[in-house]
Design a binder for this molecule. Structure first.
Ligand code: AMP
Length: 189
């Protein structure tokens, strides 16, 4: 099973990804987590990425594509994977399409989770109290949501055209949302 989890910051992609990876026995690849690990390790990539992340801006597409090109070829991706936070722009989505072609792989579904802006801000501010993430503060949260609207939202149309998109309401109990996602995927596959 190869899945993309799409949706704005705070919609619950990370939480749902943890549950879906267990359900489908696949690896969870969060580009945000990978970049934060690079920052913690003090790598060149991490140093470069941090300046964008602290501002709530996206890290350049070529960096993300190279990073994911390498990651998707690791042995643990053979049985499938769940992409969380990637792709985030049309060039990234096109790059992923090319990469999958080269690997002779195809996606099974793209799950778009939805919630309104006020709810997202409320959740991210709450998360900021315990996450230790420097980008979970009001000014950067607003910027990240704006970036999502302009750069990532167009992916909903992009994947709609492939027939792989399922939209799922991201408001409700965590297990209930997981159930909605699984049912939407089963209905599609
Ligand atoms: P996240 O943990 O998914 O909220 O990502 C945190 C930050 O990492 C984002 O605000 C971006 O600066 C950066 N980031 C994560 N994934 C990507 C991506 N696919 N493209 C560009 N930047 C990304």
């Amino acid at each position: 099973m190869r899945l993309i989890l799409l949706g704005p910051p705070g919609v619950g992609k990370g939480t749902q990804a943890q549950r879906l990876k267990d359900h489908y026995s696949i690896v969870h690849l969060s580009t945000g987590d990978i970049l934060r690990a690079e920052i913690a390790a003090g790598s060149e990539l991490g140093k470069h990425a941090q300046t964008f992340m602290d501002e709530g801006e996206l890290v350049p597409d070529d960096i993300l594509l190279e990073m994911m090109n390498q990651r998707l070829q690791q042995p643990d991706c053979r049985e499938g994977y769940l992409l969380d936070g990637f792709p985030r722009t049309i060039p990234q989505a096109e790059g992923l399409t090319n990469l999958l072609q080269a690997l002779d792989q195809s996606l099974d579904a793209v799950v778009a989770l939805t919630a309104d802006r006020e709810e997202l801000i409320r959740r991210l501010l709450l998360r900021g109290k315990t996450s230790g993430r420097t980008d979970d503060n009001l000014a950067v949260i607003r910027q990240r949501l704006d970036v999502y609207q302009t750069q990532t939202q167009p992916l909903v149309d992009y994947y709609q055209r492939t027939g792989l998109l399922v939209e799922v309401n991201g408001i409700g109990d965590i297990p209930e949302i997981t159930e909605r996602i699984i049912q939407a995927i089963e209905a599609l596959c």
